[in-house]
Ligand binder design. Structure first.
Ligand code: NOJ
Length: 731
């Protein structure tokens, strides 16, 4: 159920006393130039200086400031708001705190690979504790966009390509940020963004148009927002893109119809940065006033950075274009949000310099960051059991990420404490005897360019080593906002390094750093072992060493499909069925590329452990499932290896015949199980009609009676299904 904003008499007594300018002011969000921290993450528009910003606060023209940090200066902003503005309304202080504040946790895509929503809840809680200590009330996270095209750079900020996984992580992150009590000094308001279908931008090009079927919008892109709202999120941010020709930021059907109407969302809708202004560039609004009217009338409460609401809302209300009641309703929501987090009782909430100086959380959060990082890695391949490595092996750590500290955080880390970042080299040395006296470390090349003599040095080190740990991948700035790629491959200089090192014949473990699924090529694809490490955050080096040496066994699974080739994009495992699927012995005139099958190189859900896990057959308790009943599915999972594992057991379903073409498989459940060597456990999942629902051909939502296949399996392509029939309603 969505969280409601309780009525507050202080809010009701304020609204009639506010001027139109003060009302519009409460709906304005501006860069916090008093505590300017991250001016470079957004294009500069209407950036004022600190004096002007404080003047606006004093005049009651600013309701929210964003992307500043610091308790002391935050107190001064708040003092001006409550003591020097006419009505003394406190300001909200917001920021992009996406995957950690001082302690940096793995990028959200990486953390989704843990298949542990509880972990995301804990890292979000830790983030909230650090952010609220640093003078922030509200974060612009979680991003809950479903990313089915790996060319798009912002997949790094979400939970990957799957709806079910996306919903579970969206809800967990909201719970973690906001905590159990909104009024607590360490509760951080969450924002589900970017509403909606931002991940469906055409060709994976950021900000591009979105053409999408209603069923796909409803079944794929809307559910994570619903999950976030149901978990209590009190803010939603609109997206930059249009949807079938109507910009998301002026989309009445979605903002008012779906969000407020169907879902009863009671919180605030904030624009993305200058998204109302961009209605003009879209060619949807003629001018500023028109853009303001369209955005506000559609349901956007708060305007970020354009200044349009302050400039045009008063006149629009005076002229009758916008009813006063509608303006008041938006103002009521913002003021109620301020009341709900306790700002009217204590405007200095989360602005306590003593709490900011107190770093007693540090040890616990570092341990959590290390654990989150090792749980996020995915072992794609481990030929001959090359991993884990022996500590007495002669190891050559090669690659541009070996000593690097500038590509540890991943995108959207504005406030990380760099002094605490652990490089790969530092992590490996700490884990090896004598500080890694026998470890050889060679850069080999730059992130994008060759290094003079780099390959020669790398080859020499590889020749003398028992094993090469090759740290290659995408520079950090290749993912995140405005970072779309046409070729999702390694930079050529790194690929050349990999080829030269592999040619020595020394076994290679690839440590892949990446903000998206990549199309692996040549020596990187063919290495004996591949460990996907995403961007793991502050504790990168220690966490990687834990996995390399087997102090922690890898347990992550791919939240995105790794394709054979960039040209397959958009490729996602749960694609609708084609009329001409490939068959093992029939490939002509089938849905395949000339070069590749219509499959992933490493599918969604794939990931190895250091154990040997075997799945028994999927069984169904009764193949006849009543309309109001449940399908009960079971399988026995056994670790027949010699090391303990944590296994992600996944449940997939497929609807055999339906009124709309259904996906080949869809994830409907998962469980992460610890299994000791020799241990077997029976896993049970239950599916009700609601789990089988989709947007039917007539536009209604629900399941359709008929036969379904279900797999309990280690990935989206593994296993043999059991079948059950959902019987029609009786009578
Ligand atoms: C633009 C980004 O799209 C959004 O995610 C972010 O929260 C805002 N800028 C504010 O920095």
């Amino acid at each position: 159920m969505p969280t409601t904003l309780p009525a507050d008499p202080r809010v009701e007594s304020l609204i009639p006393r506010m001027t139109l300018e003060e009302k519009a002011g409460q709906l304005g969000v501006f860069a916090d130039m008093v505590r300017p921290f991250a001016p470079d993450v957004n294009p500069e528009t209407n950036v004022r200086n600190a004096t002007e910003v404080l003047e606006q606060v004093r005049a009651g023209r600013v309701g929210t400031l964003f992307n500043g940090v610091g308790a002391e200066a935050g107190r001064e902003i708040q003092r001006v708001a409550v003591e020097e503005s006419r009505l003394g309304i406190p300001v909200l202080l917001a920021a992009d705190v996406i995957h950690g504040m001082r302690t940096v946790f793995p990028i959200p895509l990486g953390e989704a690979a843990s298949f542990e929503p509880d972990l995301a809840e804990r890292t979000a809680r830790a983030t909230a504790i650090e952010a609220t200590a640093a003078g922030i009330h509200w974060t612009y996270a979680p991003a809950v966009d479903i990313a089915r095209d790996q060319r798009w750079g912002r997949g790094a900020e979400g939970a990957g390509e799957d709806v079910y996984l996306g919903c579970r992580f969206a809800a967990a992150r909201v719970r973690g940020f906001q905590g159990p009590d909104l009024r607590a000094h360490d509760s951080l308001l969450a924002t589900a963004k970017h509403f909606v279908a931002y991940g469906a931008v055409s060709a994976g090009l950021d900000y591009n148009f979105v053409e999408i079927a209603e069923g796909t919008l409803r079944d794929v892109h809307l559910p994570p927002f619903k999950a976030a709202v149901d978990a209590g999120a009190l803010a939603v941010m609109t997206a930059f893109n249009d949807i079938n020709g109507i910009p998301a930021s002026a989309n009445h059907a979605l903002l008012t119809g779906v969000l407020r109407g169907e879902w009863a969302f009671a919180g605030v809708v904030v624009s993305d940065y200058t998204a109302d202004m961009e209605l003009i560039a879209h060619g949807y609004a003629a001018d500023e006033r028109h853009a303001t009217e369209l955005a506000f009338s559609a349901g956007m409460d708060l305007s970020m950075q354009s200044g349009f609401y302050a400039a045009h809302l008063p006149a629009l209300v005076e002229s009758g274009r916008i009813p006063m009641e509608k303006l008041d309703a938006a103002v009521r929501r913002v003021l109620s949000l301020k009341a709900a987090i306790g700002l009217f009782d204590d405007p200095y909430r989360s602005l306590d310099p003593a709490r900011e100086a107190d770093a007693s959380w540090r040890e616990a959060h570092e341990a959590l960051a290390r654990d989150a990082a090792r749980r996020s890695m995915v072992l794609l391949k481990n030929e001959g059991g090359l991993l884990p490595l022996r500590r007495d092996a002669r190891i050559a750590l090669i690659g541009p990420f070996a000593r690097d500290l500038d590509n540890i955080e991943g995108c959207w880390t504005l406030f990380g404490d760099r002094s605490r970042y652990v490089s790969l080299e530092a992590g490996l040395r700490a884990a090896l005897p004598d500080g890694g006296a026998r470890l050889r470390v060679v850069d080999g090349c730059g992130l994008e360019a060759p290094l003079q003599g780099g390959i020669e040095a790398a080859v020499a080190a590889a020749r003398e080593a028992d094993v090469v740990v090759l740290a290659v991948g995408e520079p950090q700035r290749y993912s995140g906002e405005a970072q779309s790629r046409t070729q999702i491959v390694l930079p050529p200089a790194q690929q050349a390094l990999a080829e030269a090192v592999a040619a020595t014949g020394t076994p290679v473990v690839v440590l892949l750093r990446n903000g998206r699924a990549l199309a692996l090529q040549g020596a990187v694809r063919d290495a004996q072992a591949i460990l996907v490490t995403w961007f793991l955050g502050s504790q990168t080096g220690h966490a990687v060493a834990d996995v390399l040496f087997g102090d922690y066994g890898p347990s992550g699974r791919l939240p995105v499909s790794f394709p054979h080739d960039s040209g397959q994009q958009p490729y996602f495992y749960n694609h609708p069925r084609t009329g001409r699927p490939e068959l093992p012995d029939m490939k002509e005139f089938k849905a395949r590329w000339r070069e590749h099958p219509h499959q992933a190189l490493y599918p969604f859900g794939h990931g190895l452990t250091y154990g040997q896990v075997e799945y028994g057959p999927t069984t169904v308790e009764s193949p006849a499932v009543a309309w109001d009943g449940e399908a009960v599915l079971r399988a026995t999972v056994r670790n027949s290896g010699t090391r303990g594992v944590e296994e992600v057991v996944q449940l997939y379903v497929h609807d055999r015949v339906a009124s709309r073409v259904r996906p080949v498989r869809e994830l409907k459940g998962f469980a992460k199980l610890a299994l000791q060597p020799g241990e077997a456990r029976e896993v049970e999942f239950r599916l009700s009609r609601a789990d089988l629902a989709f947007t039917r051909a007539d536009g209604t939502q629900g399941a359709e009676p008929g036969w379904f296949d279900a797999w309990i399996a280690p990935s989206a392509v593994a296993g043999e299904p059991a079948a059950f029939e959902l019987l029609p309603p009786q009578g």
